[in-house]
Ligand binder design. Sequence first.
Ligand code: ASC
Length: 129
Amino acid sequence: QFAKPLDAVKYRQSAFIIMATSFGRLGAMVQGKAPFDAKAALENAKIVEFMSHLPWQAFQPGTDLPDSHAKPEIWKEMDKFKADAGKLQEMTPKLVAAAQTGKLDEIKVVFGQTAKTCKACHDSFREEL
Ligand code: ASC
């Protein structure tokens, strides 16, 4: 569903950028670097939840372009890659639920668990940035 491999790379990188931007805004609140704003926290958690569904479809065969930061292991171990994506997708509704409580302490816990799912997949499948 992408005309060119580079279109798939741009699509998935864009999705990750949007997800990371909102996750980073939550992180700033969690780390006390930005004031806690419950409404903004919920909006950003919802964006992370939505975006957690988008990048994976764009890792099609033939889209392992050099300099894309995607390791070849993605295509060699697609089942594990999809399972890692699934772990993130199990966490993100919990992140939204935590944000709905309006309590920073609850968000902190789930934020940390979600960040671990990001990192686990990066460790296996993302080239150093
Ligand atoms: C972020 C971000 C990631 C993850 C990862 C968690 O905020 O941009 O890629 O968290 O660093 O370890």
